[in-house]
Design a protein around this ligand. Structure first.
Ligand code: ZN
Length: 469
């Protein structure tokens, strides 16, 4: 009897005070300037230590903030205008423009969604916030809401417009140039920020292409970044779905110091931001001399965990191919009509499909893969391989220069089904620049002179094929 009474009290207690886990699953609401933001089941507002925690995607999509998630350091960086907030997962301190601030609750991850304190984020970003605990409703107001505003704030609630969005299909940084590949028209809007120095490129009416995430880091909140190590002007490149209506991709170049640039929109699928060129005030985002810049992708075979063939003296094919490609890069830097991207510029191993996808997504005009051959000790000479018939013209020209440059036996242009020449969608060749298994070929292949001549031949062949003089 006593036992039953105890259980009854416990039962009533549970009814009166549902466990917090249950409370969290109750529908919650966020209104922005009076319009309700659609919250999915996984993105319901959570309440921790009396702090309202909101899923960060809501911040990204509706409030127009730029959010970058760094999984290595578990850091969430939230940025709007000149305010930069850094939050650290499971840490109850944050920084605002470098100053440390205490938080009522630490950001956390649940269902693969990052939750951040609503009040803190909003107040630091100049929003006013109220929370109604009975209806579980957060109300956010932007400073100039109510007035007609400048139209830059998302108003929420607007159904997603899917008409005619252009996709960003690729992004690459090399030769101090940011190269963006898109599958339609874009009208980039650029701006610069100081302290720290940044260049911001907004692409209105653009979304991330379906393949983008297979090529570059892009997390579930549509944020990603890549580090830039080989060019001193830029430290990293961040990109995000900055706004959802209209869908806007934002790209931020974090600079090591203030730097001018020239933006070229070819309106044929490539946007090139060239930091080698300081464009003087206001030629506008679409310069007329934009036509005709061609993009070549140069692929140093093998790399990283894949050494390629081991030469007769024990040297590695991957080192030969990289040495040649880096010489090609030096030469291409002096070609104003060519942009280029290397599939690797160090001892790394991009997979074969990484290499072909990169070139395809960038809509490169030409793909050249550099290799060294291996066979019997007596085998010698150079081959040029292609797969698709639209690569034959390129193969013939490249081979002519390869034979000239190396002075080795002509083993002819050959058709073969090799991944990088088959899976790419532009004229593509694979050059076998001599036999690493042959004593005489190999000695030449590891000499600076030979490599330089091969590099010159590759550039000359590309230029002839593209009709550049
Ligand atoms: Zn090879």
């Amino acid at each position: 009897m006593r036992k039953f009474g105890f259980l009854l009290v416990l039962f009533l207690f549970v009814l009166a005070f549902p466990l917090t886990g249950h409370a969290a699953s109750k529908a919650t609401h966020i209104f922005l300037n009076g319009n309700e933001i659609d919250l999915s089941q996984d993105t319901q507002v959570q309440i921790v230590n009396n702090s309202v925690m909101i899923p960060i995607r809501v911040v990204v999509e509706e409030l127009g903030f730029n959010v970058v998630w760094d999984s290595k350091t578990s850091t969430v960086t939230i940025q709007k205008s000149d305010t930069v907030i850094k939050l650290f997962i499971n840490k109850s301190t944050a920084t605002v423009n470098g100053k440390t601030v205490k938080l009522a609750a630490a950001p956390f991850i649940k269902n693969n969604t990052t939750f951040v304190p609503l009040r803190f984020v909003s107040e630091q970003m100049g929003l006013s916030v109220t929370w109604d605990n009975t209806t579980k409703t957060a109300n956010l107001y932007t400073q100039n809401s109510g007035s007609s505003g400048d139209g830059t704030e998302g108003t929420g609630g607007t159904p997603e417009q899917t008409e005619n969005l252009t996709s960003l299909t690729g992004l690459s940084f090399s030769n101090n140039q940011l190269i963006l590949a898109v599958d339609g028209k874009v009208s980039p809007v650029t701006s610069t920020l100081t302290n720290p120095d940044r260049i911001v490129i907004d692409l209105p009416n653009v979304k991330f292409g379906a393949d983008f995430a297979s090529q570059l880091p892009l997390d579930s909140t549509q944020n990603g970044q890549i580090a830039v190590t080989d060019y001193p002007d830029v430290s990293k490149i961040r990109y995000s779905l900055f706004k959802s209506s209209p869908s806007t991709v934002r790209i931020v170049l974090d600079l090591n110091y203030a730097k001018g640039f020239e933006l070229t929109n070819q309106n044929d699928g490539l946007v090139i931001m060239d930091l080698n060129k300081d464009s003087d005030p206001a030629p506008g985002p679409t310069s007329p001399e934009s036509s005709g810049k061609k993009l070549v992708v140069i692929d140093a075979g093998h790399g990283g965990s894949d050494p390629g063939a081991i030469s007769v003296t024990g040297r590695k094919e991957k080192d030969f191919t990289l040495a040649v490609v880096l010489k090609v890069e030096k030469l291409l830097q002096n070609e104003p009509e060519l942009s280029y991207v290397l599939t690797r510029s160090g001892d790394t191993y991009p997979t074969l499909s990484d290499r072909s996808k990169l070139a395809n997504n960038l809509k490169a005009d030409v793909f050249v893969s550099v290799h060294g051959n291996s066979g019997s000790a007596l085998a010698t000479g150079v081959d040029t391989f292609y797969t698709r018939s639209d690569s034959l013209a390129l193969a013939n020209i490249m081979h002519k220069y390869l034979v000239q440059a190396t002075g080795l036996k002509d083993r002819k242009v050959q058709q073969a089904s090799l991944h990088v020449t088959r899976e790419t969608t532009m004229p593509a060749v694979l050059l076998e620049c001599g036999f690493l298994s042959n004593k005489s070929d190999e000695a030449k292949m590891f000499s600076e002179d030979f490599q330089e001549r091969v590099a010159e031949g590759i550039v000359a062949g590309i230029k002839e094929y593209l009709g550049i003089h």
